[in-house]
Design a binder for this molecule. Sequence first.
Ligand code: UDP
Ligand code: MG
Length: 317
Amino acid sequence: MNTVLWIVIPCYNEEQVLPITSKMFSDKLYQLISDGKISENSRILFVNDGSKDSTWKIISELAESDEHFIGISQSRNRGHQNAVLAGLMEAKDKADITISIDCDGQDDINAMDKMIDAYHDGCEVVYGVRSSRETDTFFKRFTAESFYKLMNKMGAEVVFNHADYRLVSSRVLKEFQNFKEVNIFLRGMFPLVGFKSTSVYYDRSERLAGKSHYPLSKMLALAFDGITSLSVKPLRIITTLGIIIAAISFIGVLWSVISHFVGITVAGWSSMVSIMCLLGGVQLVGIGVLGEYIGKIYLEVKARPRYIISERTWKDE
Ligand code: UDP
Ligand code: MG
């Protein structure tokens, strides 16, 4: 088979897990090649996301030991999404298909066979979806599943329980290139590109070594970014809330005028304070959400580069 596959793997401070998983990835690649599903020219591309440990050294050594391993290094840490993007953009002209996957061994690499079969059946995007989260702690499972539900409620279309394990063809990547935004949320953007897609289900296991870079605070930030960069529904919610509160206030106004004429105007301190606090809170939230969008516009207008590659393990002619 002549299909050239590039497996794109973002790595940030992964010196503990890389020596274990790199072997798993290359075994998988050799198996796919010998099964005739992909070309011998396929590659495993590690994207070093400005690691502070020996991750880049390990990647360079891997590249020297086996030509199937290659790597690029970012000039500094820019976050998971940008690291994956850098790898995909690097691969789009050289590979026919790419599969992005985390380097910690949590995603089942055996799902790749089914992904590639789906590509040969005509799908251009294949989403890897976790069929169970039994190995995650209750807290991680609860927060992660709430994350997907909240995203969809807020108008950002995402595939439930799909993270960034996905097959994308170079054709889709070339269209994706035209999505120029700097606030990127890949799992919400690929559905917008369109083309025929499908899902492949797999069991997610525990991290093989090292620790997660996504604590609750980062996950909330990702959800917030995802929603505000893909949807304007929160703005609509504020408007609706404003209309409802205005309608209720109108009843309040009628009530106070009638009370005045009937002559029962008693000084109502508690009701005044409650109304002021409520309105103050609602207004602050409203302004905060607006500010969030203005901040996004600010970043988009500057249009700074989304990633900067400082090193490659190969020399481009
Ligand atoms: N990662 C990255 N840059 C970062 C944070 C994480 O490239 O700033 C990579 C990390 O090396 C891993 C993947 O993104 O391959 C997912 O991170 P992690 O496993 O920590 O997240 P979790 O699976 O716990 O959500
Ligand atoms: Mg992980």
